[in-house]
Design a protein around this ligand. Structure first.
Ligand code: XIL
Length: 284
């Protein structure tokens, strides 16, 4: 189904620090290697997720024991090794994930913009051709965090950091006023003005808390998927849409929130109305 329905694959966890390097000095590449091979055999592109984070919980314990200076060296080594290993095979990387606070208080976890710029430079050195992205949530529409990330990327571009674009995660809850298509389009346009690409990088759409019948909820979900994907299709700088999983059976949202049914295929791998709402040209 993956090979038939999708043009691109993102390992959801297998390229994260905790999966690749749970023990110091040990690298566990078998799962991502298999995924990259699967993608190549099926003519799919692969995006890597993710080289660095700001959240401590995203790193293995041994990394957290290092000093800040040692951590930066470890991040440099990590980027060189992982981007280098998949150079020419992984076509885009989330370089830094979720660095910005939600409440306007700036970068999280003692990370500086210089650290983030360095990470992009190291990734560029390891693969001159790969698309390098900053990825975050609550930044697809308007609002404080969206503006903070935009301002940061503006500064990174100004100093010549090799940033190619930004990923809007797009974990949406229809009962919680997700960003409108108009807002997302305006945000994509301001990034275009900056010379940056955008992607919808982790889309899923929760409908469990929405009023109405099941059919009505599924229809609202299909409309939202159609609208957001349509915005990407219409934006000259939108590289594509990634769904955060393809079946509700294994969705992280379902695992956290019960039967939230966020994806294009249901628990039994049957296509939902959302699947038919999405213009498949955009599924890359
Ligand atoms: C999620 C995975 O889907 C889960 O399997 C895992 O338990 C937690 O992480 N933002 C991100 C992704 O950038 O890495 C997260 O993925 C979802 C939120």
């Amino acid at each position: 189904m993956l090979a038939r329905e999708f043009g691109s694959l993102v390992p959801g966890n297998a390229l994260k620090w905790k999966a690749l390097r749970s023990d110091r000095g040990v690298w566990t590449f078998d799962v991502p290697d298999q995924m990259v091979e699967f993608a190549e055999q099926n003519g799919m592109r692969v995006k890597g997720h993710t080289l660095a984070w700001s959240k401590e919980s995203s790193y293995p314990n041994w990394f957290l024991m290092l000093t800040r200076a040692e951590q930066l060296v470890a991040i440099r080594d990590h980027i060189q090794a992982v981007v280098g290993r998949y150079a020419g095979r992984i076509t885009a990387w989330d370089v830094w994930n979720e660095a910005m606070a939600n409440d306007g208080s700036g970068l999280l976890g003692g990370v500086s913009e210089d650290d983030i710029a360095d990470a992009f430079r190291w990734a560029r050195e390891a693969d001159p051709d790969v698309v390098l992205l900053y990825n975050d949530y609550k930044i697809a529409g308007s609002g404080r965090k969206s503006d903070d990330v935009f301002a940061m990327l503006q500064r990174l571009v100004a100093i010549g950091a090799p940033v190619d674009g930004v990923g809007f995660q797009m974990h949406a809850n229809l009962a919680d006023a997700p960003p409108s298509a108009t807002e997302i389009a305006a945000n994509m346009a301001r990034y275009e003005g900056l010379g940056l690409n955008v992607t919808i990088s982790e889309m899923d759409v929760r409908i469990a808390d929405l009023a109405g019948t099941t059919d009505e909820r599924l229809e609202a979900q299909a409309n939202y998927y159609r609208d957001v994907v349509g915005v990407c299709l219409a934006a000259p700088n939108c590289l594509g849409v990634t769904f955060w999983g393809f079946t509700d059976r294994y969705s992280w949202i379902d695992a956290r929130h019960g039967a939230a049914d966020p994806l294009l295929f249901d628990e039994n791998l049957a296509a939902t109305p959302a699947y038919f709402g999405v213009d498949r040209k955009s599924v890359v």
